[in-house]
Each structure stands twice: as structure tokens, then as C-alpha cells.
Design a binder for this molecule. Sequence first.
Ligand code: TRP
Length: 457
Amino acid sequence: MAQVRESLHGMWSSRLAFVLAATGSAVGLGNIWRFPYMASDNGGGAFVLVYLLCIAALGLPVMMCEILLGRRGRRSPINTMRELARESGATRAWQIVGWSGLFAGLLILSFYSVIAGWTLSYALTYLEAAMTPSFNLGEPGQMFQELVGSFPALTFWHTIFMLMTLLVVALGVEKGLERAVRFLMPALFVILLLLVGYGMSTGYFSKAVSFLFAADFSRIDASVVIAAMGQAFFSLSLGMGSIMAYGAYLPEDASVGGTGLMVAFADTFVAVVAGLAVFPIVFANGLNPEGGGPGFIFTILPHAFAAMDFGYIYAVAFFTLLAVAAWTSSISLMEPTVAYLVESTPLTRRGAAWLIGGVAWLLGLGTALSFNHWSGFTIAGLNFQAAVEYLSSNILLPAGGMFIAIFAGWILPKVVSREETSALTDGQYRIWLTLVRYVAPVLIFVVLLSSTGLLSM
Ligand code: TRP
């Protein structure tokens, strides 16, 4: 019988509530903003192929590790790792995995909030345009440049979004999240499908499909593999403790494999559909599918909204719903750290949410500046925002995932992991164990090593 520990922070009302919250965490800017731009920056099909392989071989198994460790520990990731290490007779140093997650979470939240701010700004601009017949939106590229060129505008929307996030976390994550995910995410999906439909009508759909799915193997090099692996972790919310923190509130009887599979599938599906919505518009407008950068969808999608009937209305709905999807994700970026502070310091949940929101907000100013005043300032060829994104997504998340897999596979006693995955058949459990013991650690290690240039691929 599993040793039942209580979570300090409340529990999900059901297994479905967990699946919705974890899907809310996973589906966000990663799918709709980052996936198309990563595919654009990394050669399309070559990237997508490696990405899908990473989801199956690394993402799903590591997601199961996070869910089961979280549920077993029933604490914030730092305390869960420390507690489970102690119970397993291993060194307390394993809590470093939790600390690195805390750091990665702050970094990601800082730029995530700025980008989510873009969606808020776009929603409002389109609302004005939809209501004022004489409103001139200008060229899509110009609209984007005007926004990111203005540090005050970026900071304004970044502040609003960070407040939205910290207020929900201050209230506790169960309230409100379920509703957002249950109704608003399907609505976002419907608009994505509408855009796919528009893409089909342009006559460039098949070109987009071959760009995304016909892999040119000669394009696969170390940097493409690192980008794809980082994107798999980013999109599934893995490697920093979001899913572990949510797993801590998961009822005892829910299946780790079943819930993990649902979340991974939903997330991947949304990313692929987003790709199918975006790339036909790129080709139909004679734009360059390569090297899009972070502004990619913000300069591409306006072409479609300008050409469609009722396009501005769809645009308002699209950017509003994308902001909601980002919101349910940013909440999960903040939750593990806030849960830790509530457990281990005298801070209240409210105080902790303001503190973490404040730190991430300050860091986010660097991102806001990197698009204007600091645009000339680069570290290893990357501006501030790109450097923070690269370090967190492509290095810290995979490294965190690697240690989480090693811990679940080698340190946690097998009786414990078997008990927590009792819904798996023996064969399924063996496959999972092989993936987390050997496949994930070795693959991630080799890819990380090659990113240092010590190993050339
Ligand atoms: N997965 C989310 C997205 O795709 C972002 C996110 C939430 C995240 N929690 C995370 C990314 C934890 C990495 C780690 O938008």
C-alpha cells in the first residue's frame, strides 16, 4: 500500500482535474509561438522529426517520472526531491535538481510574460481595429516593430500579465484553472482549425506540409537536435518541476502512464496543428519560412487575419485565447517555487507569489529591453532574451530532465516506482524503466555534451 502523504496545498478534485491542469500547463506559447519559430529557425522537417522522436523517447517517460515523484513526495519539487532521496538512502544533494528547476522557472517566466504581453497587446489592437472602420493597422511587420520597439509598451503588458499570473497563484491553483482549460482551450483549438482551413484555401497547404514533414536529413546537426530536444521539454513543461508540483496534488488512484500519455498527446497535437495553421500563410504570402525568430507568428498571422472575412474578430478571439493558454502555463511556472516558499519559509502563499512575481518581472525587463535599447548587446551572438531562452530551455530543462530520469530509474527503489505505476502492465513498466534508466540519460547527456562543442556531431 502506498504510504499516503498529504499535500499542504490542497488536491485536485479528480484525475480529470489534473489532466486539465497539466494540459493547461503544457499547451501555451510553446506550442503556438515557439514551435513554429523553432521549426522555422531549424530547417522545418528535420527539426519536426527530431522533435517528435524526443517527445516519444524522452518527453513521455520523463513526464511519467515527474508525475510519480511528485505524487510520492506530495511537496514542492525541492522538498520532494530531498525527502525521496532521504527515504531512498541517497544524498540530500538531489534537491539541487529542485533548485535548478527553480532557477529555470524564473528565467522562463521572465521572458514568457513579455511574450504573453504581446498577445494581450495584439488582442486589444485588433479589438480597436474591429470596432473602428477607419482604423489603419499598417503592415504586419510594422505593427510588430512598433510594439517591440517601445520599451514602455512592452513593460506595460508584461506587468499586466505578471499580475494576472501571480494573482491566480496567490489564490491557489485549483480555483479557476479548471474552468479556463475546460472551455477556453477547446475554443483556441477551434480557431486554430479555422486558420488551418484558411491555409487550405490558399493553395499552399501541401507546400506547408512538405516543409514541416519532409525531413532533409542533411539538415540534422547538433544545433537542430539541441533545439528540438529543448523544445520537447519546453512544450511539455518538463525539467523544472511544473508537472512534479502538479503531480503532488494528484489523487492516489490516478494512472501515471494514462494521464501522462493524454497530456503529451494533446500538447503535441496542438503544436502540429499550429504549424499547419502558420506555414501555409507563410508560403501564400511569399514570405521566408526560414529564420523567423521570436516575432514569427506575430508577423505571419496578421496576413491571414487581414485576408479573411471577419478576420479582425477572429484575431481578437485568437490572441485573447492564446493569452489564456499562456496564463495557464505561466501559473505552472510559478507554482513550484511558491509552493516551496510556503513549505519552507514563513511567507504566506500571497507573499510568496508577490515575491516570485516581482523577481521574474524584474528579470523580464531585460527581455523587454533586448528588443529595443539593448538590441545591440549580445552574449555569444544572442541578445539578452535569446540567451535567457537558450540557457533555460535548451540546457537547464534537458539537464533537469536527465537527473529526474536518473533519480526515478536508479535511486528510487523499484518497488516504489512499480507501486506508483501499478496501472502499467509488466511489459510497459519494463519499457518505461529502460527508457528512464538508459535511453533518456544517455541521449540527453550526449546532446548536452555536443552543445558544449566537446563532442562534434
Ligand atoms: N509548456 C508551456 C508552453 O508550452 C510553458 C511551460 C509551463 C513550461 N511550465 C513549464 C516550460 C515548465 C518549461 C518548463 O507554453
